[in-house]
Design a protein around this ligand. Sequence first.
Ligand code: KG4
Ligand code: ZN
Length: 338
Amino acid sequence: MNVLGIETSCDETAAAVVNGAGVLSDVIHSQGVHARYLGVVPELASRAHADKVVVTVRAALEEAGIARPDAVAATAGPGLLGAVLVGFCMGKALAAGWGVPFIAVNHLEAHLLAPLLEDPAPAFPFLSLVVSGGHSTLYLAQDVGQYEILGQTIDDAAGEAYDKVARMLGLGYPGGPPVDALARQGRADAVAFPRPNPRPLSTVSRRRQAVARSELDMSFSGLKTAVRQHLEAPDRASDADVCASFQEAVVDVLCGRVEAAMARTGIRRVAIGGGVAANSRLRERIAAIDGVEACIPPRIRCTDNGSMIAHVGRLRHLRGQSDPLSTTARAAWTPGTP
Ligand code: KG4
Ligand code: ZN
């Protein structure tokens, strides 16, 4: 059973075909148009998706050697709604034209389950750290569609912190890859940046408790501010040392939460996904956690791609699930909820 997956929720126009044997094609067009604005401009993203979605889907089908899939899956959210709608409507139109089922896919669920495309795939239950430009969440995945949020950022996402630090250093957008590369040349102990910790719930006021829900929650906005303040100081460290020290702080926070979640749940299987999961230091440090059974997908399946969307579509289709063509796109959507 071949499933076509279409992804247009942010700044990648992507399409892929997946079946029981694995990924048959995975075509990604990254939009260059946003670089000069140092961030994604929603209107430009939607237009660029509209320009590229047809050729991207066609290329994915051609590469897979098929003319018509058995089902079409498309990202329905969360994401930039105008951008999401381009691939979502394209997917519905193709499904209607071909007379095949349509599956509306949650983008975060796709990141969360992308590690299942690997061999060996992690068995349920497993912990999944999804760290992207808009989200940083630690899930307990019990089964397809059954996810518990163990902790999440209470302010900036990890990828957002990377993008903001890159902007301060004039490294362009997206910020993760250049900061990661420069960090490799610096000293991680050069600057003692904070490891922001939402305080233990028992010490937090009732009002704050509503925000700081879990001791596995994370916070990155203070770290970003600490980098800004350091860069304004007269005796600041080199860019490479700042990147290395910032990166170590982010990775310390993320790995600390994973270790705490392993201890709390007794689950040793840990998967990572989302753009920040392409980070070289995070990949090293997750793999080195004591007693971990780590599932670290190739970088290309961490950043936005079509195969993760097709994959969730296939898993849902195998369970006899599909969505009516009247289904709508959503800007916000928690994985595992309707
Ligand atoms: O999952 P993704 O491709 O798109 C969203 O769903 O947001 O994640 C994009 C984020 C960006 O913030 C980007 O800077 C970050 O992932 N990123 C990285 C790396 N590659 C991409 N962050 C750190 N290190 C990297 N190597
Ligand atoms: Zn993503």
